[in-house]
Design a binder for this molecule. Structure first.
Ligand SMILES: [Ca+2]
Ligand SMILES: [Ca+2]
Ligand SMILES: [Ca+2]
Length: 140
């Protein structure tokens, strides 16, 4: 029983580290993340699933990509992996409902999200802001 608790705690810790790292898409390593860095990282991450390289994600590509990420996270033993890749996000991102997600649609979604992390509205998300956002997300 004790062992199980320990494993869960470790899994939670690594999940938290992964999330904070993901949020801190600090490309130029200056300790803070700009909106562009954040959008670039989300876009690049999602567009990796564009298998036929036509510059957009079909639902099929999305699903396959999500399965891949899920498998990776599961292999790393990160808690909460079944929640990853829920189909809902595809529909949220596909704002013009043409059945594919484009880089423009991805940027349009993650731009305003960045603003919610940047609590003092200086255009940068610092590590402490990222941690606070991550904590808030965990409470929901
Ligand atoms: Ca930076
Ligand atoms: Ca594609
Ligand atoms: Ca679309």
């Amino acid at each position: 029983m004790r062992k199980l608790v320990l494993i869960t705690a470790v899994a939670l810790l690594s999940a938290s580290a992964a999330n904070a790292q993901q949020l801190l898409a600090d490309a130029n390593k200056d300790g803070k993340v700009t909106q562009k860095e954040y959008q670039d990282s989300r876009r690049n991450f999602l567009m990796r699933s564009d298998r036929n390289k036509d510059g957009k994600l079909s639902r099929d590509e999305w699903t396959k990509g999500a399965e891949l990420v899920k498998a990776q996270v599961r292999d790393e033993g990160v808690d909460g992996w079944p929640k990853i890749g829920k189909a809902g996000l595809f529909d949220i991102l596909d704002t013009n409902k043409d059945g594919s997600v484009t880089p423009t649609e991805i940027d349009a979604y993650y731009g305003p999200r960045f603003a919610t992390f940047d609590t003092n509205h200086d255009g940068f998300v610092t590590r402490s802001e990222a941690n606070a956002a991550e904590k808030a997300a965990r409470k929901k």
